[in-house]
Design a protein around this ligand. Sequence first.
Ligand code: SF4
Ligand code: SF4
Length: 191
Amino acid sequence: MKGYRPKDPVGDERWKAIAMQYSEFDRHIELFSGESGARCPSGCGICCTGAWEPEITAPEAEFAARYIIEAREDLQQRFELLQERECCIFYDHHNPFHCMIYSVRPVICRGFGFSGYTDKNGSFIYRPCRHMECSDPRKPPLSGPVLSDYQAQYTLEYREVLPISEAVFHAWQKLQYRFSLEAHDSPESRE
Ligand code: SF4
Ligand code: SF4
């Protein structure tokens, strides 16, 4: 699935930067998957079905919310499930990727099972998902994507995090408001 590109990235460099960073992270994960043999079993989506949801900061939430406004208006009805939800509101068992916002899913969703962290000596420690297939789990990969490196620009500046369903809902509300103000102030609306 192709990455999402906001319609007017010039208007907000932050969104453009997120799109580029996601592409870079995906390439890193693909390389890692090829080298390590790490794979998700076909049809699995267990990580998205639990009550625990990934927590994300405002920039990633805004990126997903903007995608919903610009490209997937039909997904706005998912917000009605917010209070009664049992898992992430974007999980869809019938979708081949199990995710309705697959192209704009945050870093933590992209990297889960395909990334790791560095220990105090700077060595890469792979953190596989227990449901994953791996070519040879006795030979842990010596290098790979470090999740915190990719999350850094979102977590250092924006310390507040929310579960993804709520984060995207709040971002969507804010953006709707912002876009309505911009439309109201545009030269066309003043004619
Ligand atoms: S990361 Fe784990 S739980 Fe999620 S789809 Fe892959 S194998 Fe399944
Ligand atoms: S955004 Fe998508 S990948 Fe992330 S938890 Fe929700 S359904 Fe899963």
